[in-house]
Design a protein around this ligand. Sequence first.
Ligand SMILES: CC(C)(COP(=O)(O)OP(=O)(O)OC[C@H]1O[C@@H](n2cnc3c(N)ncnc32)[C@H](O)[C@@H]1OP(=O)(O)O)[C@@H](O)C(=O)NCCC(=O)NCCS
Length: 165
Amino acid sequence: MSKFALERLDTSHDRREFSSGLETVDRYLKETARGHTEKGVAITRVLVDHQAVAPKKILGYFTLTPCMATAASWEGSPKGLPKSPVGMVLLGRLAVDSTTQGQGLGGTLLALARQIAHDSLAATGGIGMVVDAAGEEIVAFYTHHGFRRTAPDSLRLFLPTAALV
Ligand SMILES: CC(C)(COP(=O)(O)OP(=O)(O)OC[C@H]1O[C@@H](n2cnc3c(N)ncnc32)[C@H](O)[C@@H]1OP(=O)(O)O)[C@@H](O)C(=O)NCCC(=O)NCCS
């Protein structure tokens, strides 16, 4: 991580050149992420070279936001949960620029997101992190990192708070 810095998205970052190959996550970064971060709707953090100067190349990013869901039946969720929705952190987006994919940055970003979610959940309550995989081919990336499907064939995956760090 020493080569890199994790920063909250702001105007010093070059959003226009970012391309992960997945149009929905690229468009979110270019068009929506800064407004959401400024308003506190969802917080986007970007990975940059620690020596980068503005406009800084974005190597990868993730977005976190609180959410509520009914989780009583999910593998790994605490026993005896209410049938009503409970709090958790949603990993809304995670992507690495196509020029730097396959070099461990996705794993690094996920570990950083997990640490932040863990600290937030430990302070405020909430049962874990949830993510909606962009497609079946991405499910393996998350199960490789310990997430489990919330139901058979579901693209929604879950990791309990205790397993985040
Ligand atoms: C998915 C993505 C974030 C992975 O980032 P990356 O930097 O290429 O992945 P890494 O090099 O960090 O790989 C981390 C580990 O996950 C594994 N992995 C990576 N992509 C994987 C995939 N699609 N399926 C299964 N495992 C995968 C790697 O083998 C590696 O394993 P290791 O820790 O044992 O070495 C990246 O490919 C990406 O941005 N894709 C486009 C956007 C996207 O689909 N985002 C997810 C939206 S839900």
